[in-house]
Each structure stands twice: as C-alpha cells, then as structure tokens.
Design a protein around this ligand. Structure first.
Ligand SMILES: [Zn+2]
Length: 101
C-alpha cells in the first residue's frame, strides 16, 4: 500500500464515520467541531476501518485519551445540516449504504 493510498484510505474511513454519526459526537450528541477517534489506538494494532472509528467532539476526544470516562451529556449544538446524504457524491452514498444506513 503506497503512502498516498494509506492517506486516502484514512480520509475515506474518517469521512464515513462522520457520516454514520450524522456529523454528531457519538458520545454526547454535540454537533460542533468533531474529530475522528480510534477506539483501538493504532499503536495497539487498531486500523482505519469504520468499525474502529468513532466520531467525537473535542471534549469527548480529550476525555477518551485521558481515560476520564464518558463526559456528561450537554446541550446539543447546532443542528447538523439536513440531508447529509444528499450532499454526498454517489461514491460516498454507496459507502454510507455499506455501513448500514
Ligand atoms: Zn462529545
């Protein structure tokens, strides 16, 4: 796998995870600035598959890395743009369907 390909695969998996979460934090539901987190860290052998990725807001992401446990729910942020799927290219829609939505 070339370096470029690995980068692309990561980008693809990261985007798929965000679409799956409908652009919301999967822990607290906040729809602000989100990051993709590896459930199993790469140094522990985790990969970039959608199953190993979880979309978290910055706060939950930090908590996950600090092992503070789940953060308390907070008010949902701005609503994600409706029709996330509609804005996707056919390739991404296929990917979302693959993930069972
Ligand atoms: Zn969160």
């Amino acid at each position: 796998m070339s370096r470029h390909h690995a980068r692309w695969a990561w980008h693809r998996a990261s985007k798929a995870a965000k679409v799956r979460a409908e652009i919301r934090c999967e822990k607290c539901g906040w729809a602000g600035r989100l990051q993709t987190h590896h459930k199993r860290p790469k140094w522990k052998g985790g990969d970039d598959s959608p199953e190993n990725l979880i979309v978290l807001c910055g706060r939950c992401h930090l908590a996950a890395h600090r092992r503070l446990g789940a953060s308390r729910p907070r008010d949902p942020g701005p609503k994600p743009a409706s029709g996330v799927r509609r804005g996707l290219s056919p390739e991404w829609r296929d990917l979302v369907d693959e993930l069972g939505r």
